[in-house]
Write a protein that binds this ligand. Structure first.
Ligand code: ADP
Length: 380
């Protein structure tokens, strides 16, 4: 009898689940999505609506698939542990995902593994914050350990008075805050990789990410002027993180390249990530296909590049009026090299609404074309 197609269940109906759909179709996998609401970005997949905070909802969803994976890292660890206790295949497993949910736990664990990080401290009161600020040049980056994204939950502070509101409500953030040295960085980098439960590990080329108002706006692949030593170092970091934390599926390690030459880890994402969207056109195997392969413990695909340069530009909402299709005539005609991805989400200023990728032999051409197409799509 023919083997039944493996069924992957994705919790979260955002653009990451949406972009898993084409490779699932190509590989003949069944993709099911548990979405927060009807009409989600991933609505073209077999979607059911339900609250991922409720064990019974997720348990029922899990019964219809062979493996559970994620579009975001917000499913409560208790829910995942309960599923695992019943034998549900969760990838990445709760023991890894808990470090992506809480920045303090992540710092503690990476510290135990001896991985490079900014100086940091757990902050439980105003005095400990003022001590940290004094010891780190009069300034700190203060973060809420849980619930932050796209720069929300990150603040530059020069005294504890500037964090009074957070310090008075520590219970909202799990009881503590995370203070970090303000890294004087020359650029931000991201190392994307994937790992199977049975151990196979592969990395893509290192990329540079450029942020605007705390949100990723441009990704350059590969990172310009990366030395062989840097590439080796960042791949080694990704390997040690994924093995040390037991990550499966795609892992993105966000890093700073400090002016003094240090490479330090900022953040981890245990799922396909914005820094890897370039791989849809730029790599032999996209991060979305690789994630599906990895969580099913299938052999990984080649991460070699299909072009010398890939540039990805995010389509960040300008206002609540963005309708990209209206601009297609103009954008497609003026920028035939641009590959346009839209996420089918309601428009809002600053929101990630889609992205454009251009691959080319020339880094300058790729950047100019991707930026040009994005400008037409956003502003007409
Ligand atoms: P989020 O979880 O909201 O993405 P991050 O921890 O990635 O938050 O921080 C958002 C941005 O703030 C980073 O992209 C970086 O530009 C800046 N930042 C974060 N931590 C530091 C730090 N220790 N030193 C300097 N800048 C930082």
């Amino acid at each position: 009898m023919a083997k039944q197609a493996p069924r992957v269940g994705v919790i979260g109906g955002g653009q990451l689940a949406r972009m898993m759909t084409p490779p699932a179709i190509n590989l003949g996998l069944e993709l099911k999505v548990l979405a927060e609401a009807a009409g989600s970005s991933a609505a073209m997949a077999t979607t059911q609506v339900g609250d991922y905070n409720q064990l019974e909802v997720v348990k029922k969803f899990a019964q219809s698939v062979d493996v559970i994976t994620f579009d975001h890292e917000h499913v409560p660890i208790k829910v995942l542990e309960a599923l695992e206790a019943e034998g549900v295949n969760v990838q990445p497993p709760s023991k890894a995902l808990k470090f992506a949910q809480n920045k303090l736990h992540m710092r503690q664990k990476l510290g135990e593994l001896g991985l490079p990080m900014p100086a940091w401290a757990q902050i439980n009161d105003a005095a400990s914050l003022d001590d940290f600020i004094a010891a780190n040049g009069g300034v700190a980056i203060l973060k809420t350990p849980i619930g932050g994204y796209d720069g929300k939950g990150v603040r530059v502070v020069r005294s504890s008075a500037e964090a009074k509101d957070w310090l008075e409500n520590l219970a909202d953030f799990g009881g503590s805050l995370l203070a970090e040295e303000k890294v004087d960085f020359v650029r931000e980098l991201a190392q994307l990789s994937a790992r199977r439960p049975s151990g196979e590990f592969l990395a893509w080329p290192l990329v540079e990410t450029i942020q605007e108002n705390g949100v990723c706006s441009v990704v350059l692949a590969p990172a310009p002027n990366a030395t062989a030593a840097l590439l080796e170092q960042t791949q080694e970091i990704a390997k040690r993180v994924s093995e040390g934390l037991g990550v499966t599926g795609v892992l993105a390690v966000e890093m700073f390249e400090a002016r003094d030459g240090r490479i330090v880890i900022n953040e981890l994402a245990m799922r396909p990530h914005n820094s890897g969207h370039f791989s849809i056109e730029g790599s032999v195997t996209s991060q979305f296909e690789q994630h599906l392969r990895a969580v099913l413990d299938l052999p990984l695909g080649s991460t070699l590049s299909r072009a010398a340069h890939s540039v990805m530009v995010n389509l960040l909402g300008v206002d609540d009026q963005n309708d990209f299709v209206q601009a297609y005539d103009k954008a497609l005609e003026a920028h035939p090299d641009a590959k346009i991805h839209t996420y089918g989400k309601g428009a809002r200023a600053g929101r990630k609404m889609g992205h454009v990728t251009v691959v080319s032999d020339s880094a300058e051409h790729a950047l100019a074309e991707a930026r040009g197409a994005a400008a037409v799509l956003l502003r007409g």
